[in-house]
Write a protein that binds this ligand. Structure first.
Ligand code: G
Ligand code: G
Ligand code: MN
Ligand code: NA
Length: 254
């Protein structure tokens, strides 16, 4: 309850920050973009991760203004990235279930893209299987609306839901994110290796791109590259970091 009260004030007090985790093209090893991951600088507790406050924000409804704030901050970053050396970068933003199913999302996105002069193809929205499956018909409509605007759509935590394959059949999407629970034991568990390889092949044959999450070792990276996985994200490359640090990293690597 204490955390919930503080959470409502946190938005007004500007205590949230978007950290960015680089996403790497496995063929070229170049940074092609980032996933935005929310952080809360709590005055007493220090840095609080989203696992602790997103569920509370969902429950209390704060997720709607908070989600709007995240999108606004993301649009600000994409606007700033029109600068030399950054203009190719894509930014992926997580959407919560309530955000997906509320009425305000599309008008908010339209306003932001227009006012910030953003190429919609540089914005990617990540939706988990479980969020989309809460209301498949509405999700289908939403994803079609997003894609008709040129916004990219990725399925987050792919493989952890109860109906991953029907998801692929139901929804128009651009990319799947292989959950890190499958990547973790890719070298030691033959089942995981087979699942990941088959998922990449399946996605490609459906015309989808694939990013692997939670890549921590060179052996994992090499396996994924040998299976033609398109992109990777994980501690092997970098942990989530403040935007200025991410931008410096892109400039250095370019
Ligand atoms: O950064 P970290 O790995 O601790 O994130 C944990 C979880 O919190 C991730 O699964 C991610 O999907 C979720 N998360 C992070 N940032 C956001 C956000 O801005 N909005 C929503 N809805 N979820 C987020
Ligand atoms: O949206 P999603 O739930 O997938 O959020 C990604 C989360 O995974 C973030 O909280 C991020 O901090 C975490 N993460 C990113 N890369 C790695 C990694 O290589 N290993 C582990 N254990 N966690 C990671
Ligand atoms: Mn995500
Ligand atoms: Na994930």
């Amino acid at each position: 309850l204490l955390l919930e009260n503080r959470l409502w004030q946190a938005l007004e007090r500007n205590e949230f920050e978007l950290y960015l985790q680089p996403q790497i093209d496995l063929a070229t090893q170049r940074i092609i973009g980032a996933e935005a991951l929310l952080r809360w600088h709590h005055p007493e507790l220090g840095m609080v991760g989203p696992d602790r406050f997103i569920p509370i924000a969902e429950e209390s409804g704060l997720i709607l203004p908070l989600g709007d704030w995240v999108l606004q901050r993301a649009a600000g970053l994409l606007h700033a990235w029109r600068a030399p050396g950054l203009a190719h970068l894509r930014l992926a933003v997580n959407l919560s279930a309530r955000q997906c199913h509320g009425p305000g999302l599309l008008p908010h996105l339209d306003r932001l893209l227009h006012s910030h002069g953003i190429d919609p193809a540089l914005l990617e929205l990540e939706i988990t299987e479980s969020a989309a499956m809460q209301d498949p018909e509405r999700s289908r409509t939403l994803l079609n609306e997003l894609r008709s605007r040129g916004i990219k759509v990725a399925i987050d935590d792919f493989g952890t839901g109860y109906s991953s394959l029907s998801y692929l059949k139901l929804f128009e999407i651009d990319r799947i994110k292989i959950d890190r629970s499958f990547v973790k034991d890719i070298e030691t568990d033959p089942d995981d290796a087979v699942i990941v390889a088959a998922t990449i092949a399946l996605a490609h044959s459906l015309g989808l791109e694939v990013i692997a999450e939670g890549v921590e070792t060179e052996a994992q990276r090499d396996f994924l590259r040998s299976k033609q996985c398109d992109e990777a994200q994980g501690y092997l490359y970098a942990k989530p970091m403040p935007a200025a640090q991410f931008e410096a990293m892109v400039h250095q690597s370019g």
